[in-house]
Design a protein around this ligand. Structure first.
Ligand SMILES: *[C@@H]1O[C@H](CO)[C@@H](O)[C@H](O)[C@H]1NC(C)=O
Ligand SMILES: *[C@@H]1O[C@H](CO)[C@@H](O)[C@H](O)[C@H]1NC(C)=O
Ligand SMILES: *[C@@H]1O[C@H](CO)[C@@H](O)[C@H](O)[C@H]1NC(C)=O
Length: 447
């Protein structure tokens, strides 16, 4: 109710502000024609242009902004069409972009069309549309499922572009390598299309890029390591594609990186060995779910002090859970489920309490928790209690049997829950040493 009232009130307010900014009514005739052409090609109400002869002054068009841009005329600087534009007619089902119209809007800085092309395969971006449109800074065509065909390589002629967002459309084909010529681009969002093929190496030409979102496409091939030279990058989301190969170590050198999401790909490789150095201590979100990562989780994750969310679920990570993760002060979400992690969970009770159900360690067959350490059901864990006994020297039947079965040396969960003594003991070698060390410390303290 209050919101509706606010909307009603804001209509005359919007109209008033846009008309008051008009210094005169004069708009170059060619520009006026081009604007009319575009809006009649898009909007359902064909009488709209006739009813609003002065789009920049007395009869303003919602979503259209004009400015004199230090000339004697009014020029169209921004066109925005979408369901959020109050009192604008909706797009027609046969909406299209006239190939040459934008060329007659030489002062256009921003073009954004939301949810306009909805009929499947009803519209495309003709290559000629972008030629010489050097003023355009923001091109945002989002949520237009009917907008299909390829992204024309002529987009690279838009040399002033800082934001290119073509998310949630029906684009197919590859990412044009020419896109790398947009050296002023700060945001590239091509997410939720059907883009296929490799990510072009040329993307490394985007030297100002802060946000790269290529998620939810059908991209394949390797991640170009040249992305690692884009030192302005703060957010990389290439999740939900079919990328293969390793995460290039160069990614670890992006010092401003805040978010890295490469989940749901066919990426592979151990973290360690050729470690992903992840120097960006500002990193707050890392998503590497459902890749094919294997090997241990590097304890260096524990030095990413800004980390709020870490998802490594559904990989083949093995070794132990680094206890250092549990001292990350901002961490609020940790998913390590569906891996091959082993050994005792060493997180503090406080940490486990803080994360609650946002701590997920399920589906790791060889993880175990000290009996009664954590509150029952306090986090997502299906691990049994660690096999326990007061004797460090005697490996215990269960562990001995485990060793015989598969020749593997590890801390064994007490699957049969047969040991009730409450003191943990572990399988042979490493684990036994740890336990012995603990025992030695205890002895030293008591002495
Ligand atoms: C990953 O690769 C496997 C086999 O190599 C294939 O079956 C699967 O579809 C691929 N997954 C993705 C997300 O590309
Ligand atoms: C982890 O798995 C790799 C093979 O994927 C194996 O070589 C390595 O020994 C395993 N490490 C541990 C600690 O289980
Ligand atoms: C953790 O990941 C698993 C597997 O991908 C998923 O099913 C589960 O919902 C996630 N848990 C949380 C708490 O997000």
């Amino acid at each position: 109710m209050a919101a509706a009232l606010l909307l009603l009130l804001s209509i005359p307010l919007l109209a008033a502000t846009s008309s008051s900014s008009a210094a005169g009514d004069a708009m170059p005739a060619a520009e006026h024609r081009a604007l009319t052409d575009i809006l009649t090609s898009l909007l359902a109400d064909q009488s709209w242009a006739e009813l609003h002869p002065l789009p920049c002054s007395e009869t303003p068009w919602p979503g259209v902004q004009c400015d004199t841009v230090n000339t004697d005329f009014l020029h169209v600087v921004s066109i925005h069409i979408g369901p959020d534009v109050i009192s604008s007619p909706p797009c027609k089902s046969s909406a299209f972009l006239p190939p040459a119209a934008l060329l007659h809007l030489p002062f256009l800085k921003s073009l954004s069309l939301f949810s306009c092309f909805l009929t499947p395969n009803s519209a495309s971006l003709p290559p000629s549309i972008f030629t010489d449109l050097s003023s355009l800074q923001h091109l945002v065509l989002n949520s237009n499922p009917g907008l299909s065909g390829e992204i024309p390589s002529s987009v690279s002629t838009l040399q002033s572009l800082t934001v290119l967002s073509l998310s949630q459309n029906g684009f197919r084909g590859g990412i044009p390598p020419e896109i790398g010529r947009l050296t002023g681009l700060r945001q590239l969002d091509l997410s939720y299309n059907h883009l296929a093929g490799d990510i072009p190496e040329e993307i490394s030409g985007l030297s100002s890029l802060a946000i790269l979102d290529l998620s939810s496409n059908e991209l394949e091939g390797n991640l170009p390591s040249s992305i690692g030279i884009l030192q302005s990058l703060q957010k990389i989301d290439i999740s939900f594609n079919s990328l293969a190969g390793r995460v290039p170590p160069a990614f670890g050198e992006l010092k401003r990186l805040v978010l890295l999401d490469l989940s749901h790909n066919n990426l592979t490789g151990p973290f360690a060995g050729k470690p992903l150095r992840l120097e960006g201590i500002g990193l707050t979100v890392i998503g590497l779910s459902r890749c094919e990562l294997f090997g241990p989780i590097p304890s260096s994750f524990g030095s990413l002090i800004s980390l709020t969310a870490l998802s490594l679920d559904r990989n083949r990570l093995n070794g132990s859970v680094p206890a250092s993760l549990g001292s990350l002060p901002e961490l609020g979400q940790l998913n390590l489920s569906q891996n091959q992690l082993a050994g005792e969970i060493l997180f503090s009770v406080e940490f486990v309490k803080r994360l609650g159900k946002r701590l997920d360690l399920r589906g790791n067959r060889d993880l175990c928790a000290r009996e009664n350490k954590y509150e029952e059901g306090s986090f997502r864990l299906e691990a049994p209690a660690c096999l326990c006994s007061s004797s460090a020297g005697n490996g215990g039947n269960r562990a001995e049997r485990g060793e015989e079965e598969d020749g593997d040396v590890r801390i064994s969960p007490a699957l049969d829950g047969g040991d009730q003594t409450g003191n943990c003991h572990f399988g042979p070698v490493n684990a036994r040493h740890m336990c012995f060390l603990g025992f030695a410390i205890l002895v030293a303290l008591l002495a």
